[in-house]
Design a protein around this ligand. Structure first.
Ligand code: PNS
Length: 166
């Protein structure tokens, strides 16, 4: 029997955006399984706790009909160790503008140095989402703007509640 092709998709996802979800959708057409990994980083102040982010991603992927192919995890430590624990052959990341490229390239090369058996796969974002980031979404929500076109419908309320909108 052929080995299942599993990728891990690590990130902060604070919160998941429609751009992230688009990357997951497209990756689920390439890989047998996509294991999303929310980094549990005690040194970083996040808007949503790691448990909340795992739950929010789960609701987004379920609502998008991706539940059968996707699973959502939290992890501490190195992405390559998370990938090895999940028996993944690839690390998935989305690439927006060229501004992302240097950072992603550095990470991909370092991860390859740490785990040569694991490939990094970068999916170009859909052009509709080139300018989108979790931090911009947080900033808009903080300033009371409507963020419903930027995050999956399943988590719009979570943001509105966190930032005190009705
Ligand atoms: O969504 P983000 O914040 O851009 O994701 C960054 C992430 C989580 C992929 C990166 O910080 C990471 O892999 N952290 C885990 C620690 C690690 O593996 N560091 C070495 C990377 S070369």
């Amino acid at each position: 029997m052929e080995q299942k092709q599993i990728c891990v998709y690590p990130g902060s996802f604070d919160p998941m955006t429609v751009g992230h979800l688009d990357v997951v959708k497209r990756a689920s057409g390439i890989f047998d399984e996509v294991h999303l990994g929310v980094l549990d980083n005690a040194n970083k102040q996040n808007t949503f706790s790691v448990e909340e982010r795992v739950d929010m991603i789960q609701r987004c992927t379920d609502a998008a009909g991706l539940g059968a192919k996707c699973s959502v995890w939290s992890f501490t430590g190195l992405t390559v160790d998370f990938a090895r624990r999940q028996e993944a052959t690839a690390i998935l990341r989305g690439l927006r503008a060229t501004a992302d490229f240097e950072y992603e390239w550095q990470m991909a090369l370092m991860n390859r140095r740490l785990a040569p058996e694991i490939e990094t796969v970068l999916l170009m974002t859909d052009s509709r989402y080139m300018y989108l980031s979790s931090s911009l979404v947080r900033d808009l929500a903080y300033h009371g703007q409507d963020i419903s076109e930027f995050v999956p419908a399943a988590i719009v309320q979570d943001l509105q509640q966190r930032f005190g909108q009705k």
